[in-house]
Design a protein around this ligand. Structure first.
Ligand code: AMP
Length: 564
């Protein structure tokens, strides 16, 4: 089927052609045909990325009478970003139909400008529910004569608490209108709306109901809870060009994970509901412009964001509802691109993965957290590729060449390469030197055989490369080093408080501390070497009794240890 097969006007077909839409997507085939040739209300089960905007946008424009100035179609959607995106897309479709005016109205922006825009007369209004209701009450938006209503991302609108606004708006619309409801999932609340406000709707499904989009690959890593952050770091390090969202369940963990990542040198920021609208918009803009590589966000806060080229979605915490997993994952693998959705789970969450698999009808592959060696290798290859493909401005460099050649005259080609690589790599090499595997071996699960094989292979490799003994010891034997904290007895920082803070800040109860030396204004304490960076990273900047902790590593403990 082609777009020419629909009864669409030539100006619309020209725009579609220029947008390089050649073949209608499954949801477009069904919804465009139904909107143009039938009378019934429609429910479309479709996620973002399936082409749903054009599925409703093209027939709505086709049905618009440009000679009249009243609102003929109303599109309701959950967020400002989606509102602007839909408007932008529809304006593209209507680029050769200058008499058709499409106006977005949304919360969080000046209402006066929007009232002015509506006064000019628009046939199509794209709105978020709260703002539209406000405009209706002020008499600035007359929706009493509309012919078409689209409820886009209906499940999200209800999840975001717009039920009351939706009910009020739906009651003020003419009963003879035609309604199109689009939703990725069909929870009870959406069904209720459909039953109450729609007339015998026909249901069209884009792909199978509740299926994840096929361009998304799903995987999970199972680690001890205490290793989740380390696993996250490894996943990111293993994917140097990652551009993605890390989902956490709470605002607090969002903030914490983002802070730890920033401290560890990643280009990350958090996005959550405790931030002001201006702060959120600033972060979203940076992320959209690719100035930020990783966004650590809660589900609610990320809803306002629309980015089409994400490479990864990372579920640092699995969501409570499987629908949220679908929404999160649907943010990657868009517009035909490949995307990866990865979950980091603890040893008790496997049943959740099975539930999600059932719900999305797709297999979620178990993966092994990359080893330090694998990460270094990957980073090295990435670096070499960048070196090979860098643009060289030979003309400008030419004049410096004699000096450069003189400087390197005493070094062999191999030496130069090694130094060159070290410059970029020392951080990774030293961080990952002697690190342990994070994926635990679970015995008695035949399905994990392949996984165990992989671990054994890695152990063999490690023995060969002499990184460690390859023995699986539960506790490290690498000794202890000292950390110093800027609070002591005067701040009521005693051993129980210190141990509590280490547990709380690292969320890891299995770190061994050695001797603890409490002084008036500082504490010096030993931490096993395997965890020294983890404790330093977590504790430094942590708050205790309203004061920020400052932690540093000290080389030698000069005075006598008094308690331990
Ligand atoms: P949507 O689900 O509406 O957000 O659309 C996802 C992406 O697919 C957008 O970038 C659209 O421009 C693009 N798109 C929509 N329909 C088609 C089509 N028939 N062929 C190619 N690309 C499309």
């Amino acid at each position: 089927m082609k777009f020419n097969d629909f009864r669409l006007g030539s100006q619309l077909l020209r725009a579609v052609d220029e947008l390089k839409f050649e073949i209608p997507t499954p949801i477009q085939e069904k919804v465009i045909y139904s909107m143009l040739n039938e009378e019934k209300d429609i429910i479309g089960l479709a996620q973002t990325g399936t082409g749903k905007t054009a599925a409703f946008g093209l027939p709505l424009i086709e049905k618009t009478d440009g000679r009249k100035g009243n609102i003929q179609s109303l599109i309701l959607c959950p967020t400002r970003e989606l509102c602007l995106q839909i408007t932008g897309d529809m304006k593209e479709y209507a680029r050769y139909l200058k008499e058709i005016r499409i106006t977005p109205v949304y919360g969080g922006a000046g209402i006066v400008e929007q009232i002015k825009a509506l006064r000019k007369g628009s046939q199509i209004v794209v709105a978020t529910p709260g703002r539209l209701l406000d405009l209706i009450k002020r008499g600035a938006a007359d929706v009493s004569m509309i012919d078409y209503l689209v409820l886009d991302e209906a499940d999200l609108m209800l999840n975001m608490g717009f039920k009351e606004e939706l009910d009020a708006i739906l009651h003020s619309l003419p009963p003879g209108r035609r309604t199109l409801l689009l939703s990725a999932t069909m929870p009870l609340e959406v069904e209720k709306i459909a039953m109450k406000h729609m007339r015998e709707p026909v249901i069209h499904v884009a792909g199978e109901r509740n299926r994840g989009i096929d361009t998304v690959e799903h995987g999970y890593y199972m680690v001890h809870s205490r290793d989740k952050y380390l696993a996250l770091k490894r996943i990111v390090d293993f994917n140097p060009d990652i551009y993605g969202i890390v989902f956490c369940r709470t605002r607090r963990s969002t903030q914490e994970i983002a802070e730890r990542m920033i401290k560890d040198g990643y280009n990350a920021e958090s996005l959550h509901g405790d931030m002001s609208q201006a702060q959120r918009e600033h972060v979203m803009m940076k992320f959209r412009d690719h100035d930020l590589q990783l966004l650590v966000a809660t589900d609610i806060a990320a809803r306002g964001l629309d980015v089409s080229d994400l490479t990864h979605i990372i579920h640092y915490d699995l969501p409570d509802e499987t629908e949220a997993y679908t929404h999160r994952s649907g943010r990657t693998g868009r517009a035909g691109k490949r995307g990866i959705s990865l979950s980091i789970i603890n040893l008790h969450e496997k049943s959740k993965i099975r539930r999600i698999e059932k719900s999305i009808g797709r297999k979620i592959e178990e993966k092994t957290v990359p080893s330090g060696r694998e990460i270094c290798e990957k980073q090295l290859i990435d670096f070499m590729n960048k070196v090979k493909s860098v643009d060289v401005d030979s003309e400008s460099i030419e004049s410096f060449m004699p000096v450069i050649e003189e400087k390197f005259a005493s070094l062999s080609r191999e030496e130069i390469l090694k130094r060159f690589v070290s410059l970029e790599f020392n951080r990774f090499l030293s961080y990952y030197k002697n690190t342990r595997d994070l994926s635990p071996v679970v015995r008695g699960f035949p399905e994990r055989e392949g996984y165990r094989r992989e671990n054994r292979k890695r152990d063999r490799e490690r023995r060969r490369y002499g990184k460690d003994s390859g023995k699986k010891t539960k506790r490290s034997n690498t000794g202890f080093s000292y950390l110093q904290v800027n609070m002591g007895k005067h701040d009521s920082m005693l051993p129980p408080q210190l141990i509590g803070l280490v547990n709380e800040s690292t969320r890891n109860r299995n770190i061994r501390l050695g001797k603890i030396d409490i002084r008036a204004d500082e504490v010096r304490f030993q931490v096993e070497n395997d965890h020294i960076n983890e404790v330093l990273g977590a504790l430094d900047g942590y708050f205790y009794r309203g004061k920020k902790l400052r932690v540093k590593r000290i080389k030698k403990h000069k005075t006598k240890i008094t308690s331990g």
